[in-house]
Ligand binder design. Structure first.
Ligand code: MG
Length: 452
């Protein structure tokens, strides 16, 4: 996010191991978090399956203890399993994960005592301590206590089990799950066994080298899942490395775009009850159309899972998520939850008694196009100001500038990490999409020329 100073990205601290994430960097980041906690807090630490997981978490745990916090090590757990354990048992949580990034990466993600990812203001405070190196260590006699905490994964599976309607589940469903050799390997097969569903598992053995494919659940990484699912299974599903996300492949072997999954769940949930669905501004208007048709409302937020989750909490939303497979079901917890997404999909398919491919075809059709434009370093706010000045009407300024023209919209926003302006466009017809995309591409290109 543009507002952040550099230590935290949209999903915590992240970098290549022994490049950015050197022992010294991990220690200083950890001491900043430990100082922020101010001692005497219970902290659960978990990690995904990366080979560097113990290296990072051992430095982190030492730093927490030296500042007088009590550490409980949960070992390898999915991020949502850690979040649930923190909500129920601790003051704070830290997940050592780089989510979907290649194996050379790792990262540190902070979970607040309510089980939801830490808000920006608190991350900024940690960043200030990090930059000032104003670390506070305790006397030897006040150093924290350390222990392992067992059963975090099992308890999480049990909670998902308790949050679905077992009576309606069709036991004849056949599914394939790809855990990407990540932390979901320890929970998703156990859950499927518990509800007696027939399933085939792919890459459900933990392996920090991610031998089959990088743990990013995108179409090009899931060729094997798609090949196996097509024609033989009711659907396929895949997690990222820390299993807070889930994506789906239908019975025809089509990889389903994330906003269609949001649309499908929004339809199913708002068919039954009205309320607020929370999504970031980048998501297709299809979700809003479905919600409105059912008398429900959509609330748009800035991009970033912690913002979506915390907004859901504030407005008591009935559902929310991101278009990258991050689904949040508030009846379980305000966290992106890959296994809960799978459980809810099993429930949905059982209840609707339709093929997933047919359910997807029923959704309203929208066309989308994305582009990005290189800009000179440090010029993004100048460019955004010019666009803002030229388009006063029909704009939504939640994150970047969203301009609405009839059934079409574009979103122009600077990248948080690279010197780029991103353009998202969506329309109900292919022709309108091409026209609006060209119009705003030309506009951005002209402004970039002007300021050079
Ligand atoms: Mg993830």
């Amino acid at each position: 996010m543009a507002s952040k100073g550099g230590l935290f990205g949209t999903n915590g601290i992240r970098g290549e191991v022994n490049v950015k994430l050197t022992p010294e960097f991990i220690l200083n980041s950890s001491l900043a978090i430990a100082t922020f906690l101010n001692g005497n807090k219970t902290v659960i630490v978990g990690r995904d399956t990366r080979n560097s997981g113990t290296f990072v978490s051992n430095i982190l745990k030492g730093a927490l203890l030296s500042a007088g916090n009590h550490v409980y090590d949960a070992g390898i757990v999915p991020t949502p399993a850690l979040q649930l354990a923190v909500k129920n048992h601790a003051d704070f949580g830290i997940m050592v994960t780089a989510s979907h990034n290649p194996p050379i990466y790792n990262g540190i993600k902070c979970i607040d005592g309510d089980g939801t990812e830490l808000e920006d203001e608190k991350e900024n405070e940690i960043e200030r301590i990090f930059n000032e190196k104003s670390f506070k260590l305790k006397e030897w006699s006040e150093i924290g206590r350390y222990d392992n905490i067992t059963g975090v994964n099992h308890n999480y599976v049990f909670n998902v089990y308790n949050n679905i309607n077992k009576e309606i589940i069709n036991k004849n469903l056949k599914i394939v799950v790809d855990c990407s050799s990540g932390a979901g390997s320890l929970t998703t097969p156990e859950f499927l066994d518990s509800i007696n569903i027939k399933f085939t598992s792919l890459n459900c053995n933990i392996d920090g080298n991610f031998p089959a494919h990088d743990p990013e659940p995108k179409e090009e990484n899931l060729k094997e899942l798609i090949r196996i699912t097509k024609g033989y299974y009711d659907f396929g599903a895949a997690h990222d490395g820390d299993a807070d996300r889930i994506v789906f492949v239908d019975d025809d072997g089509n990889f389903i775009a994330g906003d269609k999954i949001l649309g499908l769940f929004t339809k199913n949930i708002t068919d039954r009850r009205n309320g607020i669905v929370v999504i970031p501004v980048t998501v297709s208007k299809m979700v809003e159309e479905i919600a409105m048709k059912n008398g429900s409302k959509v609330l748009y937020t800035k991009v970033g899972a912690p913002i979506v989750a915390r907004t859901m909490m504030k407005v008591n939303a009935i559902f929310g998520g991101e278009d990258n497979g991050g689904l949040i079901f508030p009846e379980m917890q305000y966290a992106r939850d890959g296994l809960m997404g799978l459980a809810k999909m099993i429930e949905l398919i059982s209840e609707r008694k339709s093929k997933l491919s047919d359910l997807i075809k029923e959704l309203p059709e929208y066309y989308q196009k994305k582009g990005s434009f290189k800009i000179p370093q440090g010029k993004s706010s100048e460019i955004m100001k010019i666009i803002e000045r030229d388009f006063e009407k029909n704009t939504i300024k939640i994150d970047g500038i969203k301009i609405i023209e009839g059934d079409s919209w574009v979103l122009i926003r600077p990248s948080g990490t690279e010197p780029l302006i991103r353009l998202y466009a969506e329309s109900k017809s292919r022709d309108d999409l091409e026209n609006i995309f060209k119009k705003y591409s030309d506009l951005i290109e002209n402004i970039i020329k002007e300021i050079q």
